[in-house]
Design a protein around this ligand. Structure first.
Ligand code: SF4
Length: 320
């Protein structure tokens, strides 16, 4: 049976594991399901409504593959992506619970009936306990919302919304094609339908200040969300952002600079919200900036140690 959709009344609940000063996604899932939930990345090949048919256009930071996970790039079919992902998780982590993670491009960019057919097939074939679908706030028409609500009766449904920032000027500059108001509407609508909501945020968008990032965390904290993914902006080869950066370079944060902003944001988020990511991987041959010395795990440890040393944690500046 699905775990119950958490109501947002008990937001003062602290993370149950004290070793990490923020509520890691893994711990959130253990608290919810008793064991970690392993995410299996899947590319359903729906494409992106915000790009032209030849692949041009779209968000200025987006690489041509729309953020596909490496595992899905080497598989030949959807079935291969899933069986490979499940087999890997079972042998490497002794995983017993799985979440289908529809993450490349826009996971709801298909008709509701097409989505229904695909999910029915997947859920019959594979032992998924939950599904997480990455999409844009403006790609949730009524027919899709209806389908997601129906799906949520069979298993837990999460929607990961690319919000990025709550500032319209920055959204315009990165050519997101939607405003903050549409993100806010989508979050509330999904929550009211019993769907779990994760928001993606980016730090270091051109033209944004530290105060803007903090304001974004405070605005997001007021909404009924269940998870947050944050990462610093990566400038990749071949993107519109690369051209902009080369023409007129803007500030790109070093590890310690980004860590300070991130910590300030985490402190303003509710303590019961899962922190699903605080940094991101970009293959070295794609990345132009920033070129960090720290590896991904080293950065995570740096943030945890910095917060522990100062005795601060996620939510201690949350206004409630
Ligand atoms: S970030 Fe998402 S919405 Fe923007 S161009 Fe890439 S796939 Fe499309």
């Amino acid at each position: 049976m699905n775990a119950q959709h958490p109501k947002k009344k008990n937001r003062k609940k602290k993370p149950t594991r004290v070793d990490c000063p923020y509520y890691k996604h893994k711990n959130y899932m253990i608290d919810r399901y008793g064991v970690p939930m392993f995410r299996v990345p899947i590319d359903l090949g729906f494409g992106c409504p915000h790009r032209n048919s030849d692949g041009s256009g779209g968000c200025t930071f987006c690489y041509e593959d729309g953020g596909r996970a490496e595992q899905t790039l080497i598989a030949n079919s959807i079935e291969e992506q899933i069986s490979g992902g499940i087999a890997f998780a079972r042998s490497r982590y002794s995983a017993t619970k799985f979440m289908a993670y529809i993450q490349a491009f826009t996971g709801t960019f298909a008709s509701a009936s097409e989505q229904k057919t695909i999910y029915n097939k997947l859920l019959q074939q594979y032992p998924f306990d939950a599904v997480s679908i990455g999409t844009r706030p403006d790609c949730l028409p009524p027919s899709t919302l209806e389908f997601l609500q129906e799906l949520s009766k069979r298993l837990e449904v999460w929607v990961e919304l690319g919000v990025q920032t709550t500032h319209d000027q920055a959204l315009k500059r990165i050519n997101r094609g939607h405003d903050w108001e549409s993100s806010k509407r989508a979050i509330i609508k999904l929550h009211n339908m019993g769907i779990m909501v994760t928001v993606h945020l980016m730090v270091g968008l051109p033209g944004e200040t530290i105060e803007d990032n903090i304001k974004t965390a405070e605005r997001i904290a007021e909404l009924p969300i269940n998870g947050v993914k944050i990462h610093n902006l990566h400038i990749m080869h071949g993107t519109e952002l690369e051209r902009e950066y080369r023409e007129k370079p803007f500030i790109v944060y070093a590890e310690d600079e980004y860590a300070e902003i991130l910590i300030d944001m985490l402190r303003r988020l509710p303590p019961d919200v899962a922190i699903m990511r605080i940094n991101t991987d970009t293959p070295a041959d794609r990345l132009i900036a920033p070129l960090w010395q720290m590896s991904k795990p080293a950065f995570i440890n740096y943030v945890i140690n910095s917060m522990n040393k100062r005795n601060i944690q996620q939510g201690d500046l949350f206004k409630g």
